[in-house]
Design a protein around this ligand. Structure first.
Ligand code: FES
Length: 157
């Protein structure tokens, strides 16, 4: 399926491009915008990013596949990320992780059949001082325990 950036997103990419000395350096911003528009980064999306920036597709592919925040397949409406790295682990992250897996009936990088939830076990998200934490899409929730996490999940419509 052909992917084209919206006019508004082309303007955002042009603005991002001006922040960097080279087009290649703007690749992460551009992938982020693409994922916002499309939900995930397909082969066609990578081709469009490469075309818009005038870079090789392999440069897009290498960044997309290196960073876990970029998805190459559709995720759920609510992408739940549970950090189990050291600080969070020491403060109960695995109890949260196991609880969320059970509650949603999902495992790492799986999507619910209705497309509402997806689940990901993630490395440190830079909120160690407030461990344990989860993120739902781009919102962080911190100083959690399993019960608080369940309340958050129950509040998602
Ligand atoms: S270890 Fe979980 S946010 Fe850093």
């Amino acid at each position: 399926m052909i992917f084209k950036f919206t006019e508004e997103n082309i303007k955002r990419i042009e603005t991002a491009r001006k922040k960097y000395p080279t087009a290649l350096a703007a690749v992460m911003d551009t992938i982020y915008i693409a994922q916002e528009q499309n939900g995930f980064i397909s082969n066609e999306v990578m081709e469009e990013i490469a075309s818009v920036l005038g870079i090789d597709k392999v440069n897009v592919l290498s960044v997309v596949t290196f960073y876990t925040m970029y998805h190459t397949k559709p995720m759920g409406k609510y992408h739940v990320q549970v950090c189990t790295n050291v600080s969070c682990m020491l403060r109960g992250a695995y109890e949260i992780w196991d609880g969320v897996k059970d509650k949603l009936g999902l495992d790492h990088m799986k999507v619910s059949p209705d497309g509402k939830y997806s689940l990901e076990e993630v490395e440190c998200m830079g909120a160690c001082g407030y461990a344990p934490m989860i993120a739902v899409n781009e919102d962080y929730f911190e100083n959690l325990n399993k019960e608080k996490v369940f309340e958050i999940l129950d509040s998602l419509k």
